[in-house]
Design a protein around this ligand. Structure first.
Ligand code: FRU
Length: 477
């Protein structure tokens, strides 16, 4: 039995009230209030929603009590008439500065890659409730000449008295095609956050896709990282399994000097993860939120139906980043545990029923048993299995809507944390060394929309919790 249109709605993940959601934008905490903006086309799901893309806004005192406050600005000006695209926030003094890309498609016979598209970097100031005028800071003329029209997604930060902006770009190759164009990031520098000078371009030693979207640049544990979403990487059996990727390079060298990028690592190995953004909250944590979705994916979301009335996509739970043993670990923020209730020890071959399909599991494998085979079934929708060092997420034909299998090689699994939320799985392996995020659309039965999670794990201690519906989501239904 399919859930109805409101079915497969999420209990504790941020989703659009209706319509289409993509990238998280403008993440920040300002005067105690968390702000989570997102790419949004209200009313109409599907990537080509009736309205050009704009921003939606959630705000609240903590990450479990956010309120949807509406659309702060619309793509109604000549500088952004085809979309208020992705961007970031910088908190300063008594206001937040929001930087985004105004997308403009000029009329005429254009391919919109090499001609006909304007990318304007725009600033809007806000106190969190009132939003000021749009101020256009950079236009195509300000980008290096070898750039195509695809330049976007400003992430802005401040070091000492200097402001920095990073943009993602597609640089023209000799053939003007996806085969020879290449991705890079552009750095700009400013004394006031308004007037910007080009600092430099940075790319990988070897060509790494034709376009880099949604860059982020930050320090963690004394190292510098460049996060980005490369498009055009050839698919491999255990890597780059989605149409587009999302991951990070380690950066050697400093911004005002020569720099090189190495050791690209994917953030997530699931079907649905893209365009993440990080920010530091007032407790000093580097938090990280991704879009649970994938542009141009060969799979679908049944929640888009009925056409014109449905909704599509959501955000990951906020994750806290930490740097340990040479890699970045991602783990759900600790406050998420406040939603847990009914702690239940589950037998290694037992099961647990989740009302509304909402649960949280911790699975510890006994020392020395990290290489044993095991499997976990989520209703009739998905199976997570581990065999001969390969962790596999298999989605059933009826629940996948085109999603079938994702796999990753992990030599030893000691600990799993699994968030289950109606039509979504976030699987954290070995304290967030690897993450797998995916939508799935299992059949639900009964008044309580129960999902039965069944374990087949020898020598493991399994604890499950049911999860309450986040107040944010109760107000949305
Ligand atoms: C990534 C992206 C961004 C762009 C936005 C438009 O998903 O393509 O590069 O700013 O989405 O919605």
């Amino acid at each position: 039995m399919l859930k109805d249109r409101k079915g497969w709605r999420l209990q504790y993940h941020l989703m659009p009230p209706d319509g289409w959601l993509n990238d998280p934008n403008g993440l920040c905490q300002f005067q105690g209030i968390y702000h989570i903006f997102f790419q949004y086309s209200p009313n109409t799901p599907g990537p080509d929603g009736r309205f050009a893309r704009t921003w939606g806004h959630y705000a609240g005192r903590d990450l479990l009590h956010l309120k949807y406050t509406g659309v702060p600005f619309w793509p109604t000006d000549p500088i952004d008439c085809n979309g208020c695209y992705s961007g970031s926030a910088l908190t300063e003094g008594d206001h937040i500065r929001l930087y985004y890309t105004g997308n403009v498609k000029e009329p005429g016979n254009h391919d919109y890659t090499y001609s006909g598209r304007q990318a304007n970097e725009i600033l809007v100031e806000t106190d969190g409730e009132n939003f000021g005028e749009k101020n256009c800071l950079l236009t195509n003329r300000d980008y290096p000449e070898n750039c195509s029209c695809h330049v976007r997604d400003p992430k802005v930060w401040k070091e000492g008295d200097t402001y920095y902006m990073i943009l993602g770009a597609r640089v023209k190759g000799p053939d003007l095609s996806a085969d020879t164009d290449f991705g890079e990031v552009l750095f700009y520098q400013s004394d006031d956050g308004v007037h910007w000078n080009f600092l430099k371009a940075l790319t990988s030693e070897k060509r790494f896709g034709y376009m880099w979207e949604c860059p982020d640049y930050f320090c963690l544990g004394g190292k510098t990282f460049l996060s980005l979403c490369p498009q055009g990487l050839p698919e491999e059996e255990y890597r780059y399994q989605n149409i587009y990727q999302s991951g990070y390079f380690t950066v050697e060298g400093s911004l005002n000097d020569a720099q090189c990028l190495h050791d690209f690592r994917e953030w997530d190995y699931g079907f649905d993860f893209y365009a993440p953004q990080s920010f530091v909250d007032e407790r000093g944590r580097r938090l990280f939120i991704g879009w649970v979705g994938m542009p141009d994916a060969p799979y679908a979301n049944p929640t888009a139906e009925p056409a014109g009335k449905g909704w599509e996509n959501c955000l990951t739970v906020p994750r806290e980043l930490s740097f340990e043993n040479g890699i970045i670990h991602q783990n759900p923020v600790e406050e998420l545990k406040d939603l847990r209730y009914d702690e239940t020890p589950v037998m290694p071959h037992g099961s647990m029923i989740l009302p509304d399909g909402a649960g949280d599991f911790e699975i510890s494998f006994l020392e020395g048993t990290g290489d044993l085979d095991w499997s976990i079934c989520f209703g009739d929708g998905a199976v997570l299995s581990y065999q001969e060092d390969v962790l596999r997420l298999t989605i059933s034909d009826s629940a996948g809507f085109g999603r079938k299998e994702r796999k990753v090689i992990i030599p030893d699994i000691e600990f799993l944390r699994i968030l289950v939320d109606s039509s979504l799985l976030e699987i954290y392996v070995n304290d967030g060394e690897y993450v797998i995020t995916s939508r799935f659309y299992p059949a639900y039965t009964g008044d309580h929309q129960n999902l039965n999670v069944r374990f087949s794990c020898d020598l493991a201690a399994v604890t499950g919790w049911k999860m309450k519906t986040m107040e944010t989501n109760m107000n949305l239904v």
